[in-house]
Design a protein around this ligand. Structure first.
Ligand SMILES: [Zn+2]
Length: 176
């Protein structure tokens, strides 16, 4: 198992030379050379090489999670926001894979950037529930594609878990 390097150690807006990279990630020159061979791109072709912080961050993230960073509590990791984010409900799209897993895509609620992850059914349910229960967004239920929400109070709207599961399974709401 290769050593894991924490992608968050580099700052997005900063630029680093080899000595900086070596110090921050506690790696030798040969490791940095292997990273470059593996696809880490310096800011230009000049010497000494310089590396943008966000390039280092993305490169190490890809190595750490080649299939995308796993979700946490129904939220996907957004690189530009550097954090786990809820998806905009009507942007959520799910593709079932042969492996029994699902590809889920959607927009970050904060930056509206495209997010993608490969997840198991349990994580997918969490993502759907979290997205639909986000009070900042109300999906369009008129066409029956989305389940009817249940109003618990003037400012609280929730969805039934069974409706969300049906939406995942059939693409439509159970009660529609
Ligand atoms: Zn974002």
């Amino acid at each position: 198992m290769p050593r894991q390097h924490d992608p968050t150690l580099s700052r997005h807006q900063w630029v680093y030379d080899r000595r900086d990279v070596s110090r921050i990630f506690d790696v030798g020159d040969s490791t940095i050379s292997s990273w470059i061979q593996g696809g880490l791109e310096p800011v230009d072709g000049k010497r000494p090489e310089l590396f943008a912080g966000h390039t280092l961050h993305h490169f190490l993230n890809r190595r750490r999670w080649p299939h995308g960073r796993p979700p946490e509590n129904g939220r996907l990791y957004c690189e530009p926001c550097s954090g786990f984010k809820t998806l905009v409900p009507d942007s959520v799209s799910v593709t079932a894979l042969d492996t029994g897993r699902h590809q889920v895509t959607g927009k970050c609620t904060d930056c509206h950037g495209a997010l993608k992850a490969f997840v198991c059914t349990r994580d997918l349910t969490g993502i759907q529930e979290r997205s639909f229960n986000n009070p900042r967004h109300t999906p369009d239920v008129k066409d029956g594609r989305f389940p009817k929400p249940v109003k618990l109070g003037p400012r609280i709207t929730v969805w039934r878990a069974d409706d969300i599961r049906a939406l995942i399974a059939n693409g439509t709401a159970a009660s529609a």
